[in-house]
Design a protein around this ligand. Structure first.
Ligand SMILES: [Zn+2]
Length: 74
């Protein structure tokens, strides 16, 4: 958990760095959330753990922020 937070805060978020291997377009998590396919060329992604992380990371970040607001540390 701590490692993941550190990654998000210290660099470009993972979810901004997925490119379609076929057409090279940069994809957003929302593009892959439903069909797991490139909206530009219809390349179908294999749903593996990396893709799941990519799609879910913005949601997890949002949930974490909400939880933090509900239960502020300190
Ligand atoms: Zn594509």
């Amino acid at each position: 958990m701590a490692n993941k937070t550190e990654k998000i805060n210290t660099g470009v978020p993972l979810y901004e760095q997925v490119f379609c291997p076929r057409c090279g377009e940069r994809l957003a998590p929302a593009d892959l959330e439903i069909f797991a396919a490139c909206p530009y060329c219809d390349y179908v992604f294999t749903r593996d753990n990396n893709l799941e992380d990519f799609v879910l990371l913005p949601l997890i970040t949002r949930w974490a922020g909400r939880a933090h607001n509900q239960f502020p540390a300190g």
